[in-house]
Design a protein around this ligand. Structure first.
Ligand code: SF4
Length: 295
């Protein structure tokens, strides 16, 4: 660890006439000298794309694995959890907007070796890449995960899954368990509430499923956005019909925050309805999140 600020050359980009084009996520930002990508964590300098947050986590914590949430992977254990600043989505109801929607800041430098050694010293069996969007700090996630795998640690990805297939496949080979947000089955809703599109997220789910990752899926139920009986039925039937019947499904309760302060909290009865709909569709493991007395 040190206080020195460093950057890492990004992977997944190519030069273009007036700068660089990033190939990491479907936004495919084209950046001129000095410009940052939409995720705020990748910058063009000297005709090269750099990860500005590599080695500079903004959060390091220890969480129960159930908080990710993962209810079927290493139950009862803690995981070392880390995040860097930045996200390639613009979710109106983001819980972590202070760190996801802000520019990089100078923090202590933690190399991948430092992170893995800290985890080994702590005796935790896994490292979780979480809180913001680990796929926008792909290089750091990948390098820590490689080293962690060599040392017998497990890797957990908590993500919205908005990334291009090639980097997702490369990372999936190192990921033991993942919780991926599926916000809606409507492309229009994705565009409206988080500035992303649906198809890449579905592709990420398929890549992780096919890689044999222990996959759990979270659906944040937001009143007036994705909480109708028809929408919930469509989502559950799609999951059941596309090879995700055995993936634990978490219905999470929305609370007003960030740019959705005018939207009320999800009524608990809506989550109970969602559970019934999922059961009827054949989903085998259903969990309710942010609801007292349930898990
Ligand atoms: S990862 Fe960031 S810089 Fe790259 S395309 Fe996506 S938003 Fe743009």
């Amino acid at each position: 660890m040190s206080g020195e600020r460093r950057m890492e050359k990004a992977r997944y980009w190519h030069p273009v006439a007036d700068g660089v084009a990033c190939d990491l996520c479907p936004h495919r930002c084209r950046l001129r000298e000095g410009q940052r990508g939409l995720c705020r964590s990748r910058v063009c300098r000297d005709g090269v794309l750099w990860s500005e947050v590599y080695g500079h986590p903004c959060t390091l914590a220890v969480d129960p694995v159930e908080k990710k949430p993962l209810n079927h992977f290493l139950p009862g254990t803690d995981c070392l959890s880390l995040a860097c600043r930045g996200c390639n989505l613009r979710c109106l109801g983001c819980q972590n907007w202070e760190i996801s929607q802000s520019d990089p800041i100078k923090t202590e430098h933690w190399s991948p070796e430092d992170i893995v050694q800290a985890c080994l010293r702590g005796g935790w069996p896994s490292i979780a890449y979480t809180y913001t969007e680990p796929l926008t700090w792909w290089e750091y996630t990948y390098d820590i995960a490689s080293l962690a795998r060599e040392q017998g640690l497990q890797n957990i990805l908590v993500s919205a899954g908005y990334v291009n297939p090639e980097p997702m496949r490369a990372l999936a080979s190192l990921i033991d368990a993942a919780n991926i947000d599926l916000k809606s089955l409507s492309d229009e809703t994705y565009r409206r509430i988080c500035g992303a599109t649906l198809a890449p997220v579905l592709e990420t789910l398929a890549i992780l499923r096919d890689a044999g990752t222990e996959l759990e899926i979270t659906h944040l139920v937001i009143p007036g956005i994705n909480d109708s009986e028809e929408q919930l039925t469509e989502l559950c039937e799609w999951l059941a019909g596309n090879g995700f019947r055995d993936c634990p499904l978490h219905f999470s309760r929305f609370f007003p925050q960030y740019r959705m302060r005018d939207v009320p909290a999800t009524p608990v009865k809506t989550l109970h309805l969602a559970r019934e709909i999922a059961r009827a569709a054949g989903i085998r493991h259903i969990h309710l999140g942010n609801v007292p007395g349930t898990f």
